[in-house]
Design a protein around this ligand. Structure first.
Ligand SMILES: Nc1ncnc2c1ncn2[C@@H]1O[C@H](COP(=O)(O)OP(=O)(O)O)[C@@H](O)[C@H]1O
Ligand SMILES: [Mg+2]
Length: 333
């Protein structure tokens, strides 16, 4: 490996643009101001950050720890990943070793960050609860998880909980605008809006998609357009979905089937992607009869389930056409 490979320029953007300070965490103002207050009052409790991926849980606690410890970070903070398959015993030993070494040069709490804690078994969580109790005197824990309901009540009750919301579009916009300038990205307004919408509040996804689009351009002079964004994300374009729906409703079976196949093949999509796209486009349709929507949605749900259980793609494609054709008969009455 040449020295250049470790250059910061080659890092994935999610690493390169990870917030270094709490001020660089966007769209989670309440969480940020509350934990800051805990710290300034010297009353940091054990914390639980939970919520969907890419909303800043890891970034927030790491930035907070940097603010608290500065240069002493590596002595005072232990970052562990609970989904590590080495199990709770390894975690326990690492925690024990870290928490029980004396702090010679600094006072105050040590911090243990336990990422992906919802991947732990109940037994491991119970063990963790006992560890937390044992070391509470000089250590604070911050537990990170996607789902709070996967954590045991005993663990939950020992932490102050913060839910991380999917990031609002405006917050993601502020953050990505910054990156776009720094990386000299050329992207159309439509393409950027599509990225923000399709990422559904996941900032990691926004960064990854735009970096992938940028890398896919053969010249930095080309502008990233909406088309490319949809390709990178692997989501059908709304216009393609509308074309499929029109074909199913207005043309004969074979034509509809071939329209659908053509779009699947040329866009590299799977049938489940199309189903998701159809559900989304249908949300915006005005229908005379609400029965139509109910019928389509519930039957598409069944088809999606069948596909995930290994249903034959050709048969299921036909079923999609059948569902839509027959459901739209409600519109005729
Ligand atoms: N609230 C946020 N403000 C700024 N950047 C964010 C935010 N949330 C996520 N990011 C970006 O997305 C990447 C992943 O964030 P991370 O904190 O690891 O999310 P989580 O732990 O919630 O999955 C980070 O590198 C950062 O660049
Ligand atoms: Mg994380």
């Amino acid at each position: 490996m040449s020295g250049n490979n470790r250059n910061v320029d080659n890092l994935p953007w999610v690493e390169k643009y990870r917030p270094n300070k709490l001020d660089e965490v966007y769209g989670q103002n309440e969480v940020v101001s509350t934990v800051r207050r805990f710290v300034s009052e010297g009353k940091l409790p054990h914390l639980l950050f939970y919520g969907p991926p890419g909303t800043g849980k890891t970034s927030t606690i790491v930035a907070l720890a940097r603010e608290i410890y500065g240069n002493n970070y590596s002595n005072m903070v232990l970052e562990l990943n609970a989904s590590d398959d080495r199990g709770i015993d390894v975690v326990r030993n690492q925690i024990k070793e870290f928490a029980s070494t004396r702090q010679i040069f600094s006072k105050g709490f040590k911090l243990i960050i336990l990422d992906e804690a919802d991947a732990m078994t109940n037994a491991a969580q119970n063990a963790l609860r006992r560890i937390i109790e044992k070391y509470t005197k000089n250590t604070r824990f911050c537990i990170l998880a996607n789902y709070a309901h996967k954590l045991t009540p005993a663990l939950l009750s020992r932490c102050t909980r913060f839910r991380f919301q999917p990031l609002p579009i405006e917050s993601m916009r502020q953050r990505i605008d910054n990156v776009i300038v720094k990386e000299k990205v050329k992207i159309s307004e439509d393409a950027l809006n599509a990225t923000l919408k399709l990422s559904k509040g996941d900032m990691r996804k926004v960064l990854n998609v735009i970096q992938a689009c940028q890398a896919g351009q053969n010249s930095n002079e080309n502008e990233i357009d909406e088309e490319l964004v949809y390709e990178c994300i692997g989501t059908p374009k709304p216009n393609d979905i509308k074309m499929i729906l029109n074909s199913i409703m207005n043309e004969d079976w074979n034509t509809a089937y071939f329209t659908m196949e053509r779009i699947k093949v040329t866009q590299g999509l799977a049938l489940v992607d199309l189903i998701e796209g159809i559900v989304e486009v249908l949300e915006g349709y005005e229908l005379k009869n609400e029965e139509t929507r109910i019928s389509i949605l519930s039957r598409l749900g069944d088809i999606e389930y069948s596909i995930s259980h290994g249903g034959n793609e050709r048969v299921q494609s036909s079923a999609v056409i059948g569902v839509i054709k027959s459901s739209f008969e409600y519109e005729m009455v």
